[in-house]
Design a binder for this molecule. Sequence first.
Ligand SMILES: NC(=O)c1ccc[n+]([C@@H]2O[C@H](COP(=O)([O-])OP(=O)(O)OC[C@H]3O[C@@H](n4cnc5c(N)ncnc54)[C@H](O)[C@@H]3O)[C@@H](O)[C@H]2O)c1
Length: 345
Amino acid sequence: MKKIKDAQTQIFIGEDVLLNLDEYLSNAVVVADKNSMQYTLPLLPRLSGLEVIRIDGNERSKNIDTVIFLWKEFERLQLDRNAVVICVGGGVVCDVVGFAAATYKRGIRFVNIPTTLLAMVDASVGGKTAIDLDGIKNVAGVFARPDRVFIYPPFIKTLPHEQILSGIAEIIKMYAVTKRKFSIENFDVSNNNFTEHIIFAVREKARIVSHDFKEHGKRKILNFGHTAGHAVEAFLLSQNKEITHGECVMWGMVAELFLSVRLLGFPHSEYEKFLSFAVRHYKPLHIKTEDVPAVINYMRSDKKNYQNKIMPVLLRCYGCPVWDCGMIDYALLTNILPDSILLSS
Ligand SMILES: NC(=O)c1ccc[n+]([C@@H]2O[C@H](COP(=O)([O-])OP(=O)(O)OC[C@H]3O[C@@H](n4cnc5c(N)ncnc54)[C@H](O)[C@@H]3O)[C@@H](O)[C@H]2O)c1
């Protein structure tokens, strides 16, 4: 078992981590979604005596209605301030349940047991909780660290391939922003053992977050691919199209690398390799030329914006992210971004 620490949070990774749950089994409630309930709760016999609250686990339910439902359930179960909420699920469950727990009675403890690859490598660690508003991603949220994170890699065996690819996008993001010697062409998506990648991504995230929990500076590099990615995700959700978070982040990284080539001299040859990886493994987004202004409009709601300019994270090279001098005004964006967004179509 690997143990990684992010300031106050202990993160356990391995096939024996579930043995460590015992200290959280009294005065506790489990929250899961349909799939995590079906596929992972049977592998968590230690939780079997606990009440389980079920929520919908998709982006459309990452909203205030689910939070209100959870607060009411916590009230019904008379959770006191010493209670602990055990989140069992993907990034949606971690984000929305973490938010509900962190705001209930001014904050009760929660523990994350991520069940998707994406939640293992990213959403379950770092202490960001959030909900969407009117389709705009993560509008409301609080920074609140889970008490513990228990990452049991075998849970990913029941994930559909598109969910594996979704998690891979966040793993690739972490290599791209931290490793100068990253070669995307050597990344093996068919390898079924992701434990090394999970340990790498969690260790890097914990290191960055320990120094900048509230994202005043360097933590922003973790948003690489997300300015364009969140805009695409919000747009496609508004069109009722099914899309994973990681697919949007992958195409968001393509768009932001395109900007990096133009504005910061990121090597064009590396951009070409990145694009060909995305084209080979990720399905096209089918965004039409006439939709591009609507996508760009969603970027106006990005939390990193400053004085009406967007601030995507760009790369000079792999491992050399620039997070606060890439202010781009909308006119420039409207000129150069459509080409890169349309590459994903
Ligand atoms: N807080 C953060 O730091 C952070 C970081 C990255 C992403 N996120 C958020 O995470 C969310 C995406 O998370 P996600 O990709 O895990 O999506 P998700 O939570 O919607 O899960 C994807 C699907 O997998 C199913 N599922 C879960 N575990 C399963 C299992 N073991 N076997 C089979 N199916 C299973 C779920 O029911 C769901 O249908 C987004 O809302 C994103 O904004 C948050």
